[in-house]
Design a protein around this ligand. Structure first.
Ligand code: NAP
Length: 317
């Protein structure tokens, strides 16, 4: 990969949205580069099982990610990993992407930078990160064999990953701030039916207490009664929502009130030649399958844009 190459399209992010965009763009004959800040796969890498991607039953997130990467590379899509994007000039032509290690140019950009797990923001969270506090059950669950862990949050991630943690932990206690879960119904029911789980309703974790060896307890407050108490646990898995990865954007692109990139049904943003796909856009459903669908559509629009640019250039010769 050379910074001298003028790419037809650069895709930011190698999750399911970015890989699908890469497959469609490269197969559509665009000179394509995917830039990934970490490793290929995005949220797929931290999801133990995907059971709702049609045709891929009983596969782990990493297995689906590997299959997508292999298929995308087959069409000569370039992929750069471990090179975070620092800034992009989205209004110049060509558009310029500056990463930690390189500078790349492209006629079009597809932003598929995904989202990442929010922090809870309580005392003891950062201090005990990696010493009992985790945002990834797939990565860290096995460290908690026969121990008790707490999961914070009431969404699909909390229920799904909480259920996964019961493979290792002897008890998983979910702490949720309301008296009703937000998670998809099937995931709620599965979590509640698991004999190793318990739920503390109307409750929040206000502090994570640790010693030299790591987490020892969490302080829980019942929001209805006001009661506050320490609850012994060695692990705290935090699943309190996701925020879009948009730190590298320069403020010229339109965002919605929650900070996600505004898009129309063609995955177009307010800037010509700039498209968006997956969790980073204002989507109502955050799933691997919808991310892949977004990516295919964004790439198809980018192909049309590049062809129109070429026609314009030919006409002006
Ligand atoms: P989410 O749906 O936004 O849920 C976040 C949960 O954290 C909510 O229950 C929320 O409580 C709680 N919360 C937020 N801030 C909090 C705070 N400061 N203190 C305590 N609790 C807090 O996030 P998610 O579960 O990560 O899911 C993200 C997206 O991925 C969703 O669209 C979901 O459908 C999707 N997803 C799908 C699957 C699947 O299909 N298998 C699996 C995982 C995720 P409230 O409910 O009170 O707001």
């Amino acid at each position: 990969m050379s910074s001298e190459i003028l790419y037809d399209t650069i895709i930011i992010g190698a999750g399911p949205a970015g890989l699908s965009a890469g497959l469609y763009a490269a197969r559509g004959n665009l000179k394509t580069l995917i830039i990934e800040k970490g490793i290929v796969g995005g949220q797929l890498q931290v999801t133990h099982e995907i059971e709702n991607y049609p045709g891929m039953d009983h596969m782990t997130g990493p297995q689906i990610s590997d299959a997508m990467e292999e298929q995308t590379r087959r069409f000569d899509c370039d992929i750069v990993t471990n090179d975070p994007v620092q800034s992009i000039d989205l209004e110049s032509q060509p558009k310029v992407v500056k990463t930690e290690k390189n500078e790349f140019k492209a006629k079009t950009i597809i932003i598929a930078s995904g989202s990442e797990h929010n922090q809870l923001g309580v005392t003891g969270e950062q201090e005990n990160w990696g010493k009992g506090v985790s945002y990834c059950a797939v990565c860290d669950g096995a460290f908690f064999k026969d121990r008790e862990v707490v999961v914070v949050g009431g969404g699909s991630s909390a229920c799904e990953e909480g259920n996964f943690l019961t493979k290792f932990a002897k008890k998983v206690t979910l702490v949720h701030r309301r008296d009703q879960l937000r998670a998809e119904r099937i995931l709620q029911e599965r979590f509640k039916a698991n004999p190793k789980t318990d739920i503390k309703w109307d409750s929040v974790v206000t502090k994570i207490n640790g010693g030299v060896l790591g987490v020892e307890s969490v302080t829980i407050k019942n929001l209805k009664t006001g009661e506050e108490y320490d609850y012994p646990t060695e692990g705290v898995f935090i699943y309190v929502g996701l925020s879009p990865n948009i730190g590298f954007l320069n403020g010229k692109i339109d965002l919605d009130e929650s900070g996600k990139i505004k898009s129309n049904i063609k995955m177009e943003t307010n800037l010509p030649g700039v498209y968006v796909a997956g969790d980073v856009r204002d989507t109502v459903l955050k799933q691997a399958v919808t991310a892949a669908s977004d990516g295919s559509l964004a790439a198809t629009m980018a192909i049309g844009y590049v062809e129109a640019l070429e026609d314009k250039n030919l006409a002006s010769v």
